[in-house]
Design a protein around this ligand. Structure first.
Ligand code: NAD
Ligand code: IPM
Ligand code: MN
Length: 348
């Protein structure tokens, strides 16, 4: 019973197309629960249209309204007609920071029947715990002498003991709950000695509380080799905000493409709603053509349901995606056809 009260930020480009399908599947999943759970949604007009009309990205009032919901479903933000960074920082990153989404959870799973680019990938089923509130994303930088030959442009990577410990602890807990119980720290402590050693010491210290978890380390450059040559070695990866951004696009490619890669921006302390979104962006190159694969959004909906404790509904959505992927032929389907097929499978 009860209600799921969702804030919906469809956003820009293919964001609106994939979110429509995500909501269709969410509705079907809650309906299939058969316990009378109601879905209520509130659309937030955020993104390029709003910015062009008002100059606003995300106001304090928007944020206060979003906070009252159980969870957020986001499509994508970013538009070629808006200066790069305005929406990405002013909307998406502001949401992640203000709502304290310090765990950016990004599964890397190769579903049966999915042909990725690797000839013999083995069983690929890992999860990246990407730190979500620190690193070079914080905006602790600046530039002087802009446009001159003496320009200085700094982006400082912020790593706090508090911020690193809480995300490392979360990653250990996730590793401890998985069969292989393996955690790989991905960093670059051979060069970034200040941040790198903080991450390394933190992993070492927190390991004492999770003695069953085996700890491993890879420099981020080598990690890109392993992701392509031996992805089945990974179980849980913990890494900083920027490394996590990069390795999860690579992970998506390895696992069959960016159209399948889901994510959750989690506030584990539940002091604010968590936000679920595909890993991909607004894809201006295919926007408005019905070509976007909504599967990443649908799998993000499964993560949303799991986060809200609706495990059976989450499993139903994931099973529908698995079945759809297993039977996917070469015939192209539109965004809404894939959404309809998935919703039908979920409804049973
Ligand atoms: P992108 O993820 O939008 O697109 C990269 C490539 O993947 C493109 O060729 C695109 O067509 C393809 N693609 C993406 N999603 C797909 C889907 N569902 N189905 C099939 N193909 C898909 O990345 P980009 O081109 O670097 O960025 C475009 C804009 O999106 C930029 O403004 C960027 O800042 C923004 N962006 C936003 C988010 C977000 O909202 N979370 C994430 C990444 C990028
Ligand atoms: C992502 C995106 C964002 C990020 C951008 C748009 C701010 O690339 O969600 O992966 O770098 O986190
Ligand atoms: Mn990214």
């Amino acid at each position: 019973g009860g209600t799921v009260d969702l804030a919906v930020i469809a956003g820009d480009g293919i964001g609106t197309e994939v979110v429509e399908q995500g909501l269709l599947v969410l509705e079907a999943a809650l309906g299939a629960d058969g316990d009378g759970t109601r879905l209520t949604t509130t659309d937030f007009d955020l993104g390029a249209r709003r910015w062009h009309a008002t100059g606003e990205t995300l106001t304090d009032d928007d944020l206060a309204a979003i906070r009252t919901h159980d969870a957020i479903l986001l499509g994508a933000v970013g538009d070629p007609g808006v200066p790069s960074g305005v929406l990405e920082r002013g909307l998406l990153l502001r949401l992640r920071f203000e709502l304290d989404h310090y765990v950016n959870l990004r599964p890397g799973k190769l579903f049966p029947g999915v042909r990725g680019p690797l000839a013999d990938p083995g069983e690929v089923d890992f999860v990246v715990v990407r730190e979500g509130t620190e690193g070079p994303y914080v905006g602790n930088g600046g530039a002087i002498r802009i446009g001159t030959p003496h320009e200085v442009a700094n982006e400082v990577s912020v790593n706090t003991a508090f911020g690193v410990e809480r995300v490392v602890r979360d990653a250990f807990a996730r590793a401890a709950a998985r069969p292989r119980k393996k955690l790989t720290l991905v960093h670059k402590h051979n060069v970034l000695v200040h941040a790198g050693h903080l991450w390394r010491r933190t992993v070492e210290a927190v390991n004492a509380d999770f003695p069953d978890v085996t700890v491993d380390y890879a420099h981020v450059d080598a990690a890109t080799i392993y992701l392509v040559q031996d992805p089945s070695r990974f179980d849980v990866i913990v890494t900083d905000n920027l490394f996590g951004d990069i390795v999860t696009d690579l992970a998506a490619a390895v696992c069959g493409g960016i159209g399948l890669a889901a994510s959750g921006n989690i506030n584990p302390d539940r002091t604010a709603p968590s936000m679920f979104e595909p890993v991909h962006g607004s894809a201006p190159d295919i926007a408005g053509q019905g070509k976007a694969d909504p599967t990443a959004t649908v799998l993000s909906v499964a993560m949303l349901l799991e986060h809200l404790g609706r495990t059976a509904a989450a499993a139903r959505v994931e099973a529908a995606v698995a079945a759809d992927l297993a039977e996917r032929g070469t015939a192209a389907r539109s965004t809404s056809e894939v959404g309809k097929d998935l919703a039908a499978r979920v409804a049973g």
